[in-house]
Design a protein around this ligand. Structure first.
Ligand SMILES: Nc1ncnc2c1ncn2[C@@H]1O[C@H](COP(=O)(O)OP(=O)(O)OP(=O)(O)O)[C@@H](O)[C@H]1O
Ligand SMILES: [Mg+2]
Length: 434
């Protein structure tokens, strides 16, 4: 087995504000070089919950005239002069910055954490809250195009900015629909996208009614601000409903239920959509979740051709119904009888597409930048027979040893050559394995 390492990069996160919520997500992916089996990428992540608008820290001083990069302020040498504004500076923002640097594009980010993952790689980091309308409006003045790396932003402000002529990609309407999982489900059902049955619940009587209609287990979901399964809970019987609802913050928090889908696989399709509406799809991948967090991504998914086609059709139809350019991830369930149902759509690069950096001709990050800038789309096909992204949470030592177990246990038996790509993030605050 040939294992090739690249030096790990690390990023430490401040934990100074009680508004901040940290979790450590390390993605360790494997993409094969010439054999059907993978090489690895280790990546990790950080997610933040914003605090209020704090201050602006830029990579240059606009008013001093003594910038260490005076030329940089006025000149770009990349494929586009447009300054790209990204709401959020987490791991996805960081990888957007990495892709931007290859094309000499300039990304400015808005994120409340001074040491957020994208901060050191961005052209400018405005320290502020992407949920704060004033902060977003102020930030937009710096940008030729505005995009997101997280959907939990102030969509109402984005809609107002669009009316004032600010270029948001994808469109604010898309962010607004998607950031509320229930409105997303309503929207896609109106566009005839196959979904698990779902129903809004406002009180115990309606929750019990849903239980009678859909049976148990019953998936209860928060409408908003959910990620990594936080905001989801399963009721196994009628008697669970009350406590589960309380654990999710009560009915006033905004809840709905979904019929339990006994899927045989979870699939994901990343779709790149250009400004003229044309789309390209990456190969369908399988995602395996552990504790509601994406644990492994296998590309391409080991599924029949007709399932691949069905998945891509559904993904294209779902993304085609939305407005704006960029990369979208379509999470899907495959059922025993070959049905494919949409779980949810993310209007941005996605953890099921990290592997594309090394395994595809054009990564999802480069595609997102190309799409929002109106540049021609690239080639989403795999340049290697297969790839695996492995997400390891927790201490670095634990991550490394777990990775070796994984390689030797699951892949070494296939006696193949590995190319391995590593990217580590870490932060000061750790919670168990997170
Ligand atoms: N209706 C359902 N039936 C069965 N399992 C489900 C259902 N909905 C969600 N799940 C499981 O829970 C996981 C997380 O659900 P969901 O995608 O709604 O949460 P999330 O918080 O958006 O997660 P992520 O940020 O990882 O996408 C899914 O990937 C799937 O494994
Ligand atoms: Mg999901």
């Amino acid at each position: 087995m040939l294992v090739k390492y690249s030096p790990a990069t690390s990023c430490a996160f401040s934990s100074s504000s009680r508004h901040h919520c940290y979790h450590n997500r390390s993605h360790f992916a494997c993409a094969p070089k010439s054999s059907p089996f993978p090489s690895w990428v280790l990546r990790s992540a950080e997610s933040s919950l914003p605090s209020r608008y704090v201050c602006v820290r830029s990579s240059f001083q606009e008013d001093s005239g003594s910038s260490s990069h005076p030329q940089e302020m006025t000149t770009t040498h990349g494929v586009s002069e447009t300054i790209i504004g990204v709401l959020g500076g987490g791991q996805l923002g960081r990888m957007l910055c990495q892709a931007a640097s290859k094309m000499a594009l300039k990304i400015v980010i808005l994120d409340p954490m001074e040491n957020c993952p994208a901060s050191s790689l961005s052209y400018q980091h405005v320290v502020g809250n992407f949920k704060d309308g004033d902060a977003v409006c102020e930030f937009a003045k710096r940008c030729g195009v505005l995009t997101v790396e997280i959907e939990h932003v102030d969509a109402i402000t984005l809609e107002k900015l669009e009316q004032q002529g600010i270029d948001c990609q994808p469109k604010a309407s898309t962010i607004r629909i998607i950031q509320d999982k229930y409105s997303q489900k309503v929207y896609f059902s109106q566009h005839s996208i196959p979904l698990p049955d779902f129903m809004e619940i406002n009180n115990l009587a309606s929750a019990e009614k849903a239980g009678e209609l859909f049976g148990y287990p019953l998936m209860i979901k928060s409408k908003r601000l959910a990620y990594d399964g936080r905001g989801n809970a399963v009721a196994h019987k009628k008697e669970d409903l009350s406590s589960i609802v309380n654990s999710l913050g009560g009915f006033e928090h905004g809840l709905y239920v979904e019929k339990w889908t006994p899927f045989v696989k979870e699939l994901s399709v990343i779709v790149a959509r250009s400004r003229d509406g044309s789309t390209l799809c990456y190969p369908v991948v399988e995602t395996v979740h552990k504790d509601n967090i994406c644990h492994v991504v296998e590309a391409p998914a080991d599924i029949p051709e007709k399932t691949k086609k069905l998945s891509i059709d559904i993904a294209q139809k779902a993304v085609g119904s939305l407005e704006g350019a960029g990369v979208f991830a379509v999470e899907l369930f495959l059922t025993q009888d070959g049905q494919v149902l949409l779980n949810e759509v993310a209007p941005r690069p996605h953890n099921s597409g990290h592997h594309t950096i090394e395994s595809c001709y054009t990564s999802q990050y480069e595609h997102h930048l190309r799409a929002i800038l109106g540049l021609p789309l690239g080639d989403p096909s795999l340049k290697t027979p297969a790839a695996i992204m492995y997400n390891i949470l927790g201490e670095v030592d634990y991550q490394i040893s777990y990775r070796h177990q994984y390689i030797s246990g699951d892949y070494n038996t296939k006696s193949c050559n590995f190319s391995e790509f590593i990217c580590l993030f870490s932060q000061r605050e750790k919670r168990g394995l997170r």
